[in-house]
Ligand binder design. Structure first.
Ligand code: 4NP
Length: 155
């Protein structure tokens, strides 16, 4: 069993997109019982809210199930509970590390660190860029690469 949490700033644009897309990939591989997926934000402004309309639309466009996504803020306990704590950008990773002590076994990285040839390592925030297509393409590549990594570590 491996547990993966995606983390961005507000938990309404990038990390819920990654959660839904990664869960879909996990489901397609029949690994739902072996890989748990969640997401959270480092900020608390959108606690209890569904994803941004742009994220909901792009998930719909690509037929990815985005039902049940509700924003929440990351908690210290998440650092203990998850094996992979995946930030969307460097700022997210910095904030995750400032939350508290991390177990030695935890992997904390940016999503695009798993994509060797990615020109950018930070997933642009469509809350500010307005470009949900660009973010979707990068998140897709990141999720595919991350799943290969997580799968290789399953017992
Ligand atoms: P996200 O985008 O971190 O990808 O969910 C943001 C959403 C909301 C805000 C910032 C970023 N905000 O400042 O409210």
């Amino acid at each position: 069993m491996k547990k993966v949490i995606f983390v961005c700033l507000g938990n309404i644009c990038r990390s819920p997109m990654a959660e839904a897309m990664f869960r879909e990939l996990v489901r397609k591989k029949g690994l739902e019982d072996k890989i748990i997926v969640d997401s959270a934000g480092t900020g608390n402004w959108h606690e209890g809210c569904p994803p941004h309309e742009g994220t909901r639309k792009i998930l719909d466009t690509y037929g990815v199930d985005g039902a049940g996504l509700i924003a929440r803020q990351i908690r210290k306990q998440d650092l203990e509970d998850f094996d992979y704590i995946i930030g969307m950008d460097s700022e997210n990773v910095k904030n995750i590390k400032n939350l508290g002590r991390l177990p030695e076994s935890a992997v904390v990285a940016r999503l695009l660190d798993f994509v060797e040839d990615s020109k950018t390592k930070d997933v642009p925030d469509p809350y500010f860029t307005g470009d949900f297509n660009e973010t979707y393409d990068l998140v897709k590549r990141g999720c595919e690469a991350l799943l290969r990594e997580v799968e290789s570590k399953l017992q």
